[in-house]
Design a protein around this ligand. Structure first.
Ligand code: FMN
Length: 196
C-alpha cells in the first residue's frame, strides 16, 4: 500500500501548523488510495544539521539523523504542511529536509501552505528545494489564507472549497507516489544486477 507522510512544518509554541496538518490528515484518512500518517517535526527534535559529511554521501552518524531517516524512508510520498516565514518556508522544515538525502529520492510531494497570501511564496521556494532532492512535486496545492481561512489569524476555519482542494492535491500525489515506487524498485534491481 502506498504510504504518504503529512509533515507538520512548524515547531513554534502556538503554531497553526498542527491544526492545519490534522485537518489534512482527517480528510486523507477517508481515502482508500494510500495510508496517511502525521509526522511532527517536534517529535524528532532535530538540532541544526550536525553531520560531518554531506547527506548525499549517506554516512549518517547521529541517532537523531538515523531516526529521522528511518521515518522518511518509510513513505512513498509526502504532504509538506508549511507556514510562510519571511516569504519562504520555516527554518525548521528546511533543516529537516537538508538532514537526509537518499530517503527523499524518487518520491512525490504535495503542499499545503498558509499565510497572508496563502503561503504561496513558501511553496515556490520549497518546489526549488525538493527538485534538488529528486522529489516530484505535484501541481495542485492548497493555499490557506490567514485572512479568510482563519479567524484572528489563529482559529482555523477553512472555507468549504478547501476540502476539494486537498482531495485534488491528494489525487495527484497518491498517483505519483505509487508510480514512482516502480522506479525505485527498478533502481534497486539495476544496482543489484551491476553488482554495485
Ligand atoms: C518569523 C515569521 C515570519 C513571518 N513571515 C511571514 C511572511 O513573510 N508572509 C506571510 O504571509 N506570513 C508571515 N508570517 C505569519 C505566519 O504565516 C503565520 O504566523 C503562521 O501562522 C505561522 O505558522 P505557524 O503558526 O504554524 O508557526 C510570519 C510569521 C513568523 C513567525
Amino acid at each position: 500500500m502506498t504510504r504518504i507522510g503529512i509533515i507538520i512544518g512548524s515547531t513554534r509554541p502556538g503554531r497553526n501548523g498542527e491544526t492545519v496538518a490534522r485537518w489534512v490528515h482527517d480528510i486523507a484518512s477517508k481515502r482508500v488510495d494510500a495510508e496517511y500518517e502525521l509526522v511532527d517535526l517536534k517529535d524528532f527534535n532535530l538540532p541544526h544539521l550536525d553531520e560531518m559529511t554531506p547527506p548525499s554521501m549517506g554516512q549518517y552518524t547521529q541517532p537523531h539523523t538515523l531516526r529521522w531517516a528511518e521515518k522518511i524512508a518509510s513513505f512513498d510520498g509526502y504532504v509538506f504542511v508549511t507556514p510562510e516565514y519571511n516569504h519562504s518556508t520555516s527554518g525548521a522544515l528546511k533543516n529537516a529536509i537538508d538532514f537526509i538525502y537518499a530517503e527523499w529520492n524518487n518520491k512525490a510531494a504535495g503542499f499545503v501552505s498558509y499565510g497572508s497570501v496563502g503561503g504561496t511564496r513558501a511553496v515556490e521556494h520549497l518546489r526549488l528545494v525538493v527538485a534538488e532532492l529528486q522529489i516530484a512535486d505535484v501541481r495542485a496545492q492548497v493555499a490557506l489564507s490567514l485572512f479568510t481561512d482563519f479567524e484572528n489569524f489563529s482559529v482555523f476555519k477553512p472555507g468549504p472549497h478547501q476540502v476539494d482542494a486537498v482531495n485534488t492535491m491528494l489525487d495527484q500525489l497518491a498517483a505519483w507516489s505509487g508510480a514512482l515506487a516502480t522506479l525505485r524498485t527498478g533502481t534497486t534491481m539495476a544496482t543489484a544486477q551491476s553488482g554495485t
